[in-house]
Design a protein around this ligand. Structure first.
Ligand code: ADP
Length: 404
């Protein structure tokens, strides 16, 4: 049994093909620049194969991907693909768990376009491209928001009039849910109990969640991914009046201002250097004495301070904390970032082991970075959203077969 996991964007399709039994990734790749000049990158046995090939729409892109699986001998025939799982950004309030795809599900995903204008239409194109190329293969959709559906109303509502919620669906939804779910479940295994966890998913986009007995009770992203932490290029939490002032000063429309807060702020905006923390780190941790170097240091201080504040808030929301986990690009790789966040949390029971976090750190592995005796355990757990999507797909397709 082989399962294809798809992440369809507006001009790209990322994919991984799994052996569902061994959970091994057989091949992964990316069809990009769909509708532009078309490029296909396939990673097989540690080698990247790049081809430039025209793909006017997602249908042709999917055709290119599927043909390459046969051509490169990953599968003998496409009949070996028994199911496809899709990553979907928004499930709204309607989808609180993964589900099998049928026509009404596709319509519902399209209906949520208002909440994620760039992503939802692209996801529908991805589902339709599979329906066209592999019409008999069952498909499952896994939502980035679903894990956050257990957040209580007093945490997900904004303190604005009721109609905003009841009529317009304005509330906290949260994102990165598939990653938070994966890490929460690994953390429960490592701790030997479910307990009270704080999970920090820190990549270019970043969010932190509070998980109690396996259920998410709060998360930092909100109605959109703009809320919460200081991210690569997003400001995170901000006083809305700043938006008004920015519009005036920079002569931007409201849409331009929101794009600005998403794309030009965060580490990039404060440092003036880059949204990639590696570039900011390089200058910040050099001996350079310049305004630019100080701005880089400030950007890092702001990002790590914001996360520290959220950890404190979530410890209060959870009524204590048993474990903290770091994941995603920065969380898994940037030991200075982790150290800056955790330093000063000793009062909470966090005792960082600087060697485990620093010189003895093994990149790419799950590991404890707090002292063994630390009352609050801290782990780095590499995330694996595709594996969660594959497992959900396998489970739902098997369940459907058994009930037929
Ligand atoms: P996203 O999925 O939100 O695009 P990722 O989880 O892939 O983000 O994380 C990307 C970020 O991780 C990069 O912008 C970079 O700042 C950071 N990153 C990746 N590798 C390293 C590394 N070795 N050291 C420090 N930061 C890293």
């Amino acid at each position: 049994m082989k399962i294809l996991v798809i992440n369809a964007g507006s001009s790209s399709i990322k994919y991984q093909l799994f052996d569902a039994k061994t959970e091994k990734v057989l091949v992964k790749g990316l069809a990009e620049r769909i509708g532009v000049d078309g490029r296909h990158v396939q990673k097989l046995n540690g080698k990247s194969n790049v081809t430039n090939v025209k793909m006017p729409t997602h249908n042709e892109a999917m055709e290119v991907v599927l043909e390459s699986l046969v051509k490169d001998g990953v599968v003998k025939s496409l009949d070996e693909i028994s199911a496809v799982g899709h990553r979907i950004v928004h499930g709204g309030e309607f989808f609180t768990e993964s589900t099998l795809v049928d026509k009404s599900v596709v319509k519902k995903i399209a209906d949520l376009t208002e909440l994620a204008p760039l992503h939802q239409p692209a996801h529908v194109l991805g589902i339709n491209a599979i329906s066209k190329n592999l019409p008999k293969v069952p498909q499952v959709v896994v939502f980035d928001t679903a894990f956050h559906s257990t957040i209580p109303d007093y945490a997900y509502r904004y303190a604005i009039e009721k109609v905003a919620y009841t009529k317009w669906g304005i509330r906290k939804y949260g994102f990165h849910g598939t990653s938070h779910r994966y890490v929460a479940s690994r953390l429960a295994d490592l701790m030997g109990k479910k307990g009270k966890f704080i999970i920090c998913h820190i990549g270019n986009g970043a969010s932190v969640s509070a998980v109690k007995n396996g259920k998410c009770i709060d998360t930092s992203m909100g109605y959109t991914p703009l809320e919460g932490l200081v991210m690569g290029s997003r400001s995170g939490d901000i006083d809305p009046t700043v938006v008004q002032r920015l519009m005036k000063e920079k002569k931007m429309t409201i849409d331009e201002t929101i794009t600005y807060l998403n794309k030009k702020c965060g580490l990039l905006g404060v440092s003036g250097v880059s949204e990639d923390i590696r570039d900011v780190d390089e200058i910040a941790y050099s001996n350079e004495e310049s305004e630019k170097a100080n701005d880089c240091r400030l950007a890092l201080n702001m990002a790590t301070y914001r996360l520290k504040k959220y950890i404190g808030a979530y410890a209060a929301a959870l009524g204590g904390v048993d474990a903290i986990a770091f994941t995603a690009g920065i969380g898994e790789n940037d030991n200075e970032y982790r150290e800056a966040v955790l330093t000063g949390l000793e009062y909470l029971g966090v005792q960082l082991d600087k060697n485990r976090n620093g010189k003895n750190f093994k990149r790419g592995e799950e590991q404890l970075i707090s002292k063994k005796s630390s009352p609050v355990k801290v782990f780095v757990i590499p995330t694996n959203e595709e594996l969660v999507i594959m497992r959900d797909t396998k489970r739902l397709v098997a369940k459907n077969k058994n009930t037929k």
